[in-house]
Design a protein around this ligand. Structure first.
Ligand SMILES: Cc1cc2nc3c(=O)[nH]c(=O)nc-3n(C[C@H](O)[C@H](O)[C@H](O)COP(=O)(O)O)c2cc1C
Length: 189
């Protein structure tokens, strides 16, 4: 089983990363492969709207950066985990830049997706406000991965009341949920 996790926080060891590490810990302890990427370090140059991906000029993307190198791996992954802090009421800029680059997987011509319906996804969102305030961010991510891409939802973690980078450590119920989502993923794949 191949799992790819993407952390959209500018804080390297913040709450989003800690939750993702907990999910991934359950996966690796069962001997499965996990790769965790910090989106801030991907040198993502951003979608240029050149439409080369939609006109079959390239398999995935003309941009020469680390993000393009990851695109074929994303299609092959059994599960992708996308974690983002809430920045200015939405996903972080690093996360949005990442999501824009997934446009290559959408086939506009017939409204299908190159992502496979048997692939799973998990989302993690962290906000300063109480969790209930930003369910819309999770709904947005579900629309992209579950809706447009027809992937299977393997869990949504919505964590709130997080200000300091270690605040999640005082919410053991969320870390337990993360652990369980990771374990369930291993059992079901
Ligand atoms: C630029 C910026 C914008 C933010 N905007 C919001 C916001 O709109 N709503 C909110 O509840 N929290 C907001 N926060 C707080 C973060 O969502 C929160 O601290 C989160 O836990 C950060 O994740 P991290 O610990 O993984 O870095 C913002 C933080 C930053 C740095």
């Amino acid at each position: 089983m191949k799992v790819m996790a993407f952390v959209g926080s500018s804080r390297k060891e913040g709450n989003t990363k800690k939750i993702i590490d907990t999910i991934c810990g359950s996966v690796t302890e069962s001997g499965h492969e996990v790769e965790i990427y910090n989106l801030a370090e991907l040198d993502n140059k951003g979608c240029r709207a050149c439409n080369a991906c939609q006109t079959n000029k390239v398999e995935y993307c003309v941009i020469d950066d680390k993000m393009t190198a990851l695109l074929p791996k994303i299609v092959e992954a059994d599960c992708i985990i996308v974690g983002t802090p809430v920045y200015m009421l939405q996903v972080s800029g690093h996360t949005k830049n990442f999501l824009d680059r997934l446009y290559t997987f959408f086939v506009e011509a017939d409204n299908t997706s190159k992502l496979r319906p048997e692939q799973k996804y998990i989302t993690v969102t962290c906000s300063g406000a109480p969790a209930v305030a930003f369910k819309n961010v999770t709904e947005y991510l579900n629309m992209i991965f579950g809706g447009y891409s027809h992937m299977i939802n393997a869990g949504n973690i919505i964590a709130g009341n997080l200000s300091g980078k270690d605040d999640i450590l005082s919410q053991p119920e969320i870390l337990k949920q993360a652990e369980e989502i990771g374990r369930k993923l291993v059992i079901e794949l």
